[in-house]
Design a protein around this ligand. Structure first.
Ligand code: 13P
Length: 247
């Protein structure tokens, strides 16, 4: 059985001082962990956190990347640059990027492709809004979002990580129930199975108000292979409890 993956998404939080304290506290609690662990940090801190996670068993992640290889794209960060800092994962298509930066399914697919081409595992986020869920469109929305990535990435699709993050559960304290999450994860797994014989290798993470109290139940579901954790990843004891629940 594959190990679960617990990835922290720090979002736009942190400082040199708080990062150091947080990663040191995490490192001190990593003994005996039985899963993969990553922290996805703001770009300016990649160098700092690269040094802090060295030899801790934790991997480094970024929160976004450019779809372009290099050139005149002011403000963008390339996959090659991320690789230069030892980045293993890059989140792509987070709902906050889709919502506030107009990222489309097609753009997210290109970003995933750029990551894969440079040996970085894209964590592709999909998820419906509350209005979409209430309109009975959950399945249609997540399938459309994943289909774009499958279409662009073909046989490489078994190399991605998928994160199901219902938008209504992000930062709201409202978690999808384990059954609600499993239902969507099963849909995503079936979609991956239709695209690759290696779909069982793909980690499908749940994200949205995952915390120390609800992690074990979510992670016990058949198709939930880990978590993408926002708020709770900023507090060492909480993140470590989630890591401990991932067995
Ligand atoms: P919260 O855990 O704060 O709800 O955030 C989830 C998320 O968006 C992770 O990418």
């Amino acid at each position: 059985m594959k190990k679960k993956l617990i990835a922290g998404n720090w979002k736009m939080n942190g400082s040199s001082a708080s990062n150091e304290a947080l990663v040191k506290a995490l490192a001190a609690g990593m003994d005996g962990k039985d899963c993969l662990v990553a922290v996805c940090v703001p770009a300016p801190y990649l160098g700092q956190v690269q040094a802090l996670v060295a030899n801790t068993g934790m991997d480094l992640g970024a929160q976004d990347l450019s779809q372009h290889e290099s050139g005149a794209y002011t403000g963008e960060v390339s996959a090659v640059m991320l690789k230069d800092f030892g980045v293993r994962y890059a989140i792509v298509g987070h709902s906050e990027r889709r919502q506030y930066h107009g990222e489309t399914d097609a753009l997210v697919a290109l970003k995933a492709q750029r990551a894969l081409a440079n040996g970085i595992t894209p964590i592709v986020c999909v998820g419906e809004t509350l209005a979409e869920r209430e309109a009975g469109q959950t399945e249609e929305v997540v399938k459309r979002q994943l289909a774009a990535v499958i279409h662009t990435n073909g046989h490489c699709i078994s190399e991605i990580v998928v994160a199901y993050e219902p938008v209504w559960a992000i930062g709201t304290g409202k978690t999808a129930s384990p059954e609600q999450a499993q239902e969507v994860h099963a849909v995503l797994r079936a979609q991956l199975k239709a695209a690759t014989p290696h779909a069982d290798r793909v980690h499908i993470l749940y994200g949205g108000s995952m915390n120390a109290a609800n992690a074990a139940q979510l992670l016990a579901q058949t198709d939930i292979d880990g978590g993408l954790v926002g708020g709770a990843s900023l507090k060492a004891p909480d993140f470590l409890s989630i890591v401990a629940a991932a067995r």
